[in-house]
Design a protein around this ligand. Structure first.
Ligand code: FE2
Ligand code: FE2
Length: 232
């Protein structure tokens, strides 16, 4: 039994969205994911998918992509990415009802793997696209959502945490953020994130140990489309 993570599958069974703009390694990426996932992940394993599952703009356009994920081996926990238009954060409970016992959506709640509580939210970082006011507003809201997730786990008696984000925990050049501070506050052992794909973005944020916390990038191309083993 093992816990894996991988993010940014960027499936598009129902819409035409070639991923080759992100580099030649994305050629046939769905076939690579399918093959590697079946090789590594067994029925009793768990996989956290850290967002950007689908290019579809609504549930109808995402259905086949979610179906593909649903049929892969293991129990699947999903995080919201910036491209996951099918997922309204405020309606996560509805998604969890719709996909009951098939897919598990992580937002304002937590899941369990062994003695660990798996907590998370989309997160946010500055990418030069929005005004400082808008950036602060979104980041603050995401930090509040992350706290709800941590508090739910803490109140249920969990003391060990693995924290998941879609966005990198820091903006380029930052040495800390509300997300890294919260990881420290609750004593998260690892922070796992994706969103940074294309070679030139792999170094955007923390990689390896920072102040005792392990930061791991799990964008699918960074992982060569192989789910990464997080703990046994
Ligand atoms: Fe992405
Ligand atoms: Fe993303």
């Amino acid at each position: 039994m093992a816990l894996f993570a991988i993010g940014d599958l960027h499936l598009s069974f129902a819409v035409d969205k070639p991923m080759s703009v992100f580099g030649k390694e994305w050629k046939h990426h769905v076939e690579k994911i399918y093959k590697n996932w079946h090789k590594k992940v067994k029925k009793g394993d768990t996989v956290v998918l850290t967002g950007d599952h689908s290019w579809g703009r609504n549930m109808n356009e995402c259905r086949e992509d979610l179906e593909f994920i649903r049929e892969l081996p293991g129990r699947k926990f999903l995080l919201r990415g910036n491209h996951d238009m099918f997922w309204d954060a405020k309606k996560t409970q509805r998604l969890n009802e719709q996909f009951r016992d098939q897919l598990y959506f992580l937002q304002n709640n937590f899941y369990v793997y062994g003695e660990y509580a798996l907590v998370g939210t989309k997160g946010y970082c500055y990418e030069g696209k929005d005004t400082p006011e808008h950036f602060e507003k979104i980041r603050k809201r995401e930090a509040e959502r992350l706290r709800i997730s941590f508090e739910a786990a803490k109140q249920a008696g969990y003391k060990k945490y693995l924290m998941f984000l879609h966005y990198p925990p820091t903006s380029i050049g930052e040495m800390e953020s509300p997300f890294t501070l919260m990881a420290r506050e609750y004593g998260a052992e690892k922070v796992i994130y994706s969103h940074c794909h294309g070679r030139e973005r792999y170094q955007d944020s923390f990689l390896g140990y920072v102040e005792g916390i392990e930061y791991k990038l799990v964008s699918s191309d960074y992982l060569k489309f192989k789910p990464e083993r997080i703990i046994d």
